[in-house]
Design a protein around this ligand. Sequence first.
Ligand code: ADP
Ligand code: UDP
Length: 234
Amino acid sequence: MKKTKPLYEGKAKILWETDSPEHMVQEFKNDATAFDGTKHEVVEGKGAFNNRISSHFYGLLRDEGIRTHFVKTLSDTEMLVERLEMLSVEVVVRNIAAGSLVKRLGISEGTKFDPPIVEFYLKDDELHDPILSEEHVRALDLATPDQVDAMKREALAVNIILGNFLKQRGIDLVDFKLEFGTKGGELILGDEISPDTCRFHDSKTGRIMDKDRFRQDLGGFMEAYGEILDRVSS
Ligand code: ADP
Ligand code: UDP
């Protein structure tokens, strides 16, 4: 399959059309962005790390029976995916309090959630991705009630699969974001699962091993991504 023209260039990836109408090439860029793109740097190697890590997670999820858009890894920075009609919502699962939740609700960082929390956000940079209730999702026609239920179910299943896999490799899955799309009416997990879209903490030391190193200028940004790749591929 050959990539033909770029259909969409976002902050972190380029989606290419291919000579198959059902497939796209998802290319991971080296751009690191945070705070709605106001913080931006080009970081050598990031695209390759996210492509490799994401490919690994999608392979694992596929083996565990989760329907994803992942077809195969094509190169260091590219994967072949099924073309989806994306839903304009982001689904976040939280096991441990961090990030926007701590700020918004005044909860202490590190508070554990059992059962985990599932949240929906509107994918809209201009509105700063506002949080949505399930009623908002329905009222704005962003997804049907069945799709809302299915996204929650799938997101919690992904949480268990990835959480257990990572725990065995000494990593706590703090929280993560998923995006879903549809193809012929079927709900399918799309986009990426990487240290850009998840929070990973070392289980023993609590060391941050994700994009928070960039957001908070902690240094050792790509070293942390490299270590995540080493541990997930071991
Ligand atoms: P952003 O749009 O937030 O800047 P990215 O740079 O990650 O984000 O862009 C990737 C875009 O591709 C996102 O809008 C995502 O929803 C979309 N996407 C991911 N997987 C697929 C897919 N299988 N088919 C079509 N679009 C997809
Ligand atoms: N996240 C993401 N894209 C977004 C917003 C959040 O990938 O547009 C991820 C983020 O990396 C974290 C989780 O979703 O793993 C929860 O993020 P949070 O709501 O705490 O927002 P943030 O602190 O990133 O602003």
